[in-house]
Design a protein around this ligand. Sequence first.
Ligand code: AMP
Ligand code: GLY
Length: 423
Amino acid sequence: MKVLVVGSGGREHAICYCVAKSEKADKIYCAPGNAGISALAECVPIGAMEFDKLVAFAKEQQIDLVIVGMDDPLVGGLVDELEAAGIRTFGPRKNAAILEGSKAFSKDLMKKYNIPTAAYENFTDPDKALAYLETAKFPIVLKADGLALGKGVLICQNLEEAKEGVKTIMLDKKFGTAGNEMVIEEFMTGREVSVLSFVDGNTIKTMTSAQDHKRAGDGDTGLNTGGMGTFSPSPFYTKEVEAFCEKYIYQATVDAMKAEGRPFKGVIFFGLMLTEDGPKVLEYNARFGDPEAQVVLPRMKNDIIEVMEACIDGTLDQVDLQFEDNAAVCVVLASEGYPVSYEKGIPISGLEEFDRHEGYYCFHAGTKFDGDQLVTNGGRVLGVTAKGKDLKEARANAYAATEWVQFANKYMRHDIGKAIDEA
Ligand code: AMP
Ligand code: GLY
């Protein structure tokens, strides 16, 4: 089979790693890919939002399966365009990717189908939002409706901050048109867990759990980022939590989308908060998480192409999804200054060590070749993943492997997976 993966981050590198392991894949392309991905796939210089070029390329090369990894092209309808051209594609259509593309939509869906989530109101009029805040309880959470690189969420401690937040989102349009509509919701406390799942429109099979670390600094300080590291599984995702989510959240979401005439095929990512009143949905994503994929996919035993084809064909009920009985930790190596401003083009060395060690992976996020030299090319540069028999061993292994890698402005958190000590 010829497979085309769309995207250019660590998540797509992890997807390409699984595709490369599959006996079904003869040739892998990645658009646009990155320096690390080019070791597994032929990178083609087409951007993930260049739909016409992607469709033309897939037709020309007679691609048998396209895997769309990123949120923007999914929400923009790339899957629909590829399917219209007769190309088999893994990922939700535009009318289903709205589950991630509009927070107002997803909140209304949860309310309508009684799926546990924070209490909320949606607003298209900033004056009404401001009036609502006058009588609200604080802290409170403001969310831009649309995609905002995971940055469109503001947690406001008091009325002042919240008023400023409404201005930022709806008037100053800091997140662009994502702020045309806004959700204001109740602030919840608890541990967060990410659960990714494969969905074929009817059947849902969840993958092993994970936890992200979204803040830039140790001890969950500093700005929100795309994610600074992950561990899998989460010891807080107990059998009881899982049973609750199976009863009230997972299948309920798939059934709700179907009932709305928006059958979901692809990956649903459940961002959960384990509150005192039970698990609640923080958000949905319509794709693998990044860097969740970097700890979940290396532990998956199945052939990824078989699972994805079952999602497309509606035969996921026949798949026995299995994960290794071990653990993995991913520590993101970023450029000092991320997520605000940072230097790029800095030489990277030491990656050959990963070829010498079983169970260690270096997934590239922002890298490129400058001639023969590998250099940094983004805020998040590399995701260093290691497995271990348990979380503690995986964490020690991952941090040991971060020492192999050198670049002048290397920055990382030192407490990825620290939470497991409290489990
Ligand atoms: P989201 O993009 O919706 O997952 O939000 C990003 C982050 O903001 C989450 O991972 C949480 O840490 C935090 N967050 C979002 N919604 C809430 C909420 N209702 N209460 C508390 N924290 C929240
Ligand atoms: N790591 C969070 C996300 O992919 O949205």
